[in-house]
Design a protein around this ligand. Structure first.
Ligand code: ADP
Length: 727
């Protein structure tokens, strides 16, 4: 045995120690360059043997999770070769005396005589075993052990000293390597996190696309997995009862997206083994726990986390993830990303929900206006359609959808005249702000002319400026048709009534001369006196003539009642009047009536029926002569009445005039002021002349009026418009 119990060193020993210290220095440099903890351990064992002369060397780490165990790294086997002992995990008997070393923080090595063991703890012989602990400053990291199994040489004090130094050196280098490694990992993670943040931006943009809330949830899960790299994800929202949450979409155990919309579970479940992290934004398990599927059945083990989905003010639900597929603990960055993603989803979901509500309200409104059979439209200030309902575009001839009308104006759709009419209405509403209500106007629907009842009201923008108008138009053609039919029916009834009276009058008026004729004929047969016979013959002639006039007047009346419009030929009424006066000159002269004619010069010709106009004017002049006593005057005047652009013929007389009682009736059929002065007297008065005259004037678009003072005379005035005649 050498003097290993001695406390001093010989000169040779001192030299050898110096040499080894130098070698230790070089070894330290080499170990520092190793690129991993494993490489440091392997090299330390190798160089410890080769350069520092240790016999069998081994490096072990304490198990962080169980202090009764140590974990192998590298060592020297029984043949002196280096051995990979990283798979070793052995229990240590800390009762062994040398292990008092654990009680102290000092860096020192202890020697121990006794059983020597191999790497697996099997006893392989007897000898010396020296162990030194290395620290990371705070905690014991592991130990460095040396025995003399191969050399059988005793371990010297310098060996002990050297080992303690070597252990300390290795400890420091390992700590540094671990720190470097951790730093490296965290840098990589930071880079990874940055790339995920960029991706989160893309995902946010993509999530603005879905058209419905459900589609949005589906995409949130799909993109969360494919773009952000989450393992399994699940998106849950609080029920109206916050005790419960309801599912949306999630990832199933095969990685596919699962529809979890039917799921409703207690909002308390799943958080039992989680802790609050990131200021309560995330709840996460700190170690492997049980993982569940959507039916709360256990599907495996792993880490879980859930982040609160915030809409900015309230918690809407949560986004959960686990590591079912990766089986790697959730890193801090992943939790941060989860929290950010949940935040993003919360905000987007809130916007999406608001949009969905708005959309469904808008859809409802749209359905309503599209169901209404009235035409509803919105126009801008230029009269362009901004909105039209279904009824509107269906009625338009050249549109198959609403879009076929949007941006167009009435001028693109209707004839110019109709479009102009609508545009004038629009302009009035837009410029005055006054609505147009229930106006009846023509319309054009599916190539047919219709009647519309239209209301247009101004449309204001939020600042109170008029930005267009809203219109509602109802097709009232059917109503108008019914109204027109009712009106036609009333007229027809009136005509029938008039006809009835007319027929009653005719039969009376026809029967009277016939009776006179019959009576006269009867008497004629009886009479023998030639003079009396002559008298009766005269009466028969007069009555026959009256009968003929009556029949002619009745036929004329019927004809005029049944024609719509008179002939349109140029007629010179002045010439007609001259001709009439000439014809009646004899009758006037017989009664010493002076006829005066004042005809305006250069009057344009009228358009009309010459025969009827002649008949009408002749009747008026005839009446003037007939109802004016001998020696009276008849004055005929024509002129242009500018306000109505009419030709006027005035026939005035100084006759007997017409009483106020009779005046309103003189244009009625068969009306005679002097009832007796008709058939019986053989005066030839039929009582049809003025009603025929009135009808002729009306057919020419004109009017006839009369002024009369009983005992002084009458003025008949006929207006015949040029406009109607010369369109
Ligand atoms: P008649 O064939 O009886 O003349 P009219 O229809 O022409 O029938 O006239 C109706 C009635 O109006 C006449 O019966 C007469 O009493 C009255 N009347 C028409 N013209 C005049 C006139 N110029 N002056 C006075 N009475 C007139």
């Amino acid at each position: 045995m050498k003097k290993h119990h001695e406390d001093w060193l010989s000169i040779e020993e001192s030299h050898a120690f110096q040499t080894k210290l130098k070698a230790l220095h070089e070894i330290t440099r080499l170990l520092s360059e190793a690129d991993s903890v494993d490489a440091v351990c392997r090299l330390a064992v190798e160089l410890g043997c080769d350069q520092l002369g240790f016999n069998r060397l081994g490096i072990w780490f304490f198990d962080e999770h169980d202090e009764n165990y140590i974990i192998g790294t590298f060592g020297i086997d029984e043949e002196g070769n280096i051995r990979d002992e990283r798979d070793q995990h052995i229990k240590v008997n800390f009762k062994e005396p040398f292990l008092e070393l654990f009680q102290t923080k000092a860096i020192k090595a202890l020697r121990h005589d006794g059983d020597l063991q191999d790497h697996a703890g099997n006893v392989i012989g007897q000898g010396e075993l020296v162990v030194t602990i290395f620290w990371d400053g705070e905690r014991k990291l592991g130990w460095l052990s040396v025995d003399n199994f191969i050399s059988n040489e005793p371990v010297t004090n310098t060996d002990l000293e050297l080992l303690a130094l070597y252990g300390a050196t290795i400890g420091q280098i390992i700590v540094r390597k671990r720190t470097e490694h951790a730093l490296h990992i965290s840098e990589a993670a930071a880079l990874h996190f940055q790339s995920k943040l960029k991706m989160l931006h893309e995902v946010t943009t993509a999530l603005a696309q879905p058209t419905s809330f459900d589609e949005f949830c589906y995409q949130a899960i799909a993109l969360g997995r494919s773009k952000l790299g989450f393992d399994r994800l699940g998106l849950w929202f609080f029920d109206s009862d916050p005790e419960y949450i309801v599912g949306s979409f999630g990832t199933d155990e095969t990685g596919e997206i699962r529809d979890e919309r039917g799921q409703r579970v207690s909002s308390k479940t799943g958080f039992e083994n989680m802790v609050e992290m990131l200021d309560g934004r995330v709840f996460a398990s700190t170690q492997n726990g049980l993982l569940y599927n959507d039916r709360q059945e256990v599907i495996g083990a792993g880490w879980t986390a859930a982040a609160v989905v915030w809409d900015g003010n309230n918690s809407m639900g949560w986004l959960s993830t686990d590591n079912f597929f990766k089986q790697q603990p959730l890193t801090h960055y992943e939790l941060e990303l989860l929290a950010l993603y949940a935040d993003t989803l919360g905000h987007l979901a809130a916007v999406r929900k608001a949009q969905d509500t708005l959309t469904s309200e808008r859809n409802m409104l749209r359905t309503i206006i599209d169901t209404v059979p009235d035409f509803i439209f919105v126009k801008d200030l230029m009269g362009r359609f901004m909105l039209v309902n279904r009824a509107s575009w269906e009625a338009a001839t050249n549109a198959n959808t609403e879009n076929d009308l949007i941006g167009k104006t009435d001028f693109d759709i209707h004839e110019k005249e109709l479009a102009e009419h609508y545009w004038q209405d629009d302009l009035r509403v837009i410029s005055t702000g006054q609505p147009i209500q229930n106006v009846e106007e023509p319309g054009h629907i599916a190539d047919r002319t219709r009647y519309l009842l239209t209301t247009k009201v101004p449309l204001y923008d939020p600042s109170g400026k008029i930005m267009g108008l809203v219109g509602v138009a109802r097709d009232i053609t059917h109503l108008k048709e019914t109204e027109r039919q009712a009106h036609d029916l009333a007229i027809e009834r009136e005509r029938i009534q008039v006809l009835k009276e007319f027929i009653a009058n005719i039969s009376h008026d026809l029967r009277t001369p016939l009776t006179v004729i019959n009576t006269s004929l009867y008497l004629l047969e009886k009479l023998t006196d030639p003079q009396k016979q002559q008298d009766k013959l005269l009466i028969i002639k007069q009555q026959a003539a009256l009968l003929e006039r009556l029949i002619v007047d009745i036929l004329t009346m019927f004809r005029l009642e049944n024609i719509g419009k008179p002939l349109h030929r140029p007629v010179n009424c002045n010439d007609l009047l001259l001709n009439i006066c000439e014809n009646l000159q004899t009758s006037a002269r017989e009664k010493q009536i002076m006829m005066t004619i004042n005809l305006a010069k250069n009057l344009p010709k009228l358009q009309g029926d010459q025969d009827d106009l002649h008949r009408m004017l002749a009747n008026l002049v005839q009446n003037a002569i007939a109802y004016t006593p001998d020696g009276g005057k008849v004055i005929i005047t024509t002129y242009l009445h500018e306000p109505t652009n009419s030709f006027v013929a005035e026939i005035a007389d100084t006759g007997k005039g017409i009483s106020l009682n009779d005046l309103p009736h003189i244009f009625d059929h068969f009306y005679r002021v002097d009832k007796a002065r008709s058939v019986e007297t053989g005066s030839g008065s039929t009582g049809l002349g003025l009603s025929i005259a009135k009808r002729i004037v009306e057919l020419h678009g004109g009017k006839i009026e009369v002024e009369s003072i009983l005992g002084e005379g009458s003025i008949f005035r006929v207006f015949l418009p040029y406009l109607q005649n010369n369109p």
